[in-house]
Write a protein that binds this ligand. Structure first.
Ligand code: DC
Length: 224
């Protein structure tokens, strides 16, 4: 199987570009952030403090999280319920960041990610895919962009959807999440030593997708 790891901070455009590149290559696209978001949502639903590592770990045995691919789109199920929309709510982002620092949560989601990669040609995106989950991936990409550019993109996206937001608030949330994700003791966000660093600050969406596809074809010329 061909396994491509894409890691990087939130808002760098990983999910949109990885999804488009996977489509072009005929691979499945696995968004692992959705798994952490599902655990975060489970805690919120049960009134469990997401920063309480023990309470979060104790909740895990009662959770069944599954990814299903419907018409190429990833859907996330939590104990049989489709939570694909709920996990995108703003409160789910911070909850996901909190629970992702709990070692038991990472262990809980590890096998699911491994199985998906073993069974499918895939582009898997996350924070620790190249470093921890798929260190054997044929290609690892670390997709990044400046915090200001990421806040800018998010601002334009929300404003165009008619959601009033303040740029400064978005920027400080991004800086806070970057800090959380890259300073946690377990599986911190960092490029694998052999990752290709792709800085998308001055690149358009199409350009990023084309570069990912080019890197994949260059790495596995016969199969992609
Ligand atoms: O990519 P995202 O914003 O949906 O990720 C949600 C949170 O989950 C984010 O704070 C980082 C965390 N995460 C992680 O720790 N490891 C992954 N492989 C994917 C996401």
């Amino acid at each position: 199987m061909i396994n491509i790891a894409i890691d990087g901070p939130s808002g760098a455009g990983k999910s949109t570009s990885a999804r488009a590149a996977a489509k072009e290559l005929g691979f499945i696209y696995v968004d692992t952030g959705a798994l952490y978001r599902a655990v975060g949502v489970a805690a919120l639903k049960r009134g469990i403090a997401t920063a309480d590592a023990k309470a979060v770990a104790d909740m895990l045995p009662s959770l069944k999280i599954a990814l299903r691919f419907e018409a190429g789109e990833q859907k996330v199920y939590l104990n049989g319920e489709d939570v694909s929309k709920t996990i995108r709510l703003p409160e789910a982002s911070m909850a996901a960041s909190d629970v992702s620092a709990v070692p038991a949560v990472r262990a809980f989601l590890f096998d699911l990610q491994k199985t998906l990669a073993r069974e499918n040609d895939c582009i898997m995106d996350g924070r620790d895919i190249g470093t921890v989950v798929l260190p054997e991936a044929q290609l690892k990409i670390f997709l990044t962009a400046s915090a200001e550019e990421r806040a800018n993109r998010r601002y334009n996206e929300l404003i165009s959807r008619g959601t009033p937001v303040e740029y400064e608030a978005l920027l400080s949330e991004i800086v806070q999440r970057d800090y959380n994700d890259s300073h946690r003791a377990i599986a911190p966000l960092k490029p694998a030593p052999d990752a290709v660093i792709l800085d998308s600050s001055d690149m358009g969406f199409e350009e990023v997708v084309a570069e990912i596809v080019r890197l994949v074809k260059e790495t596995v010329p016969d199969e992609a």
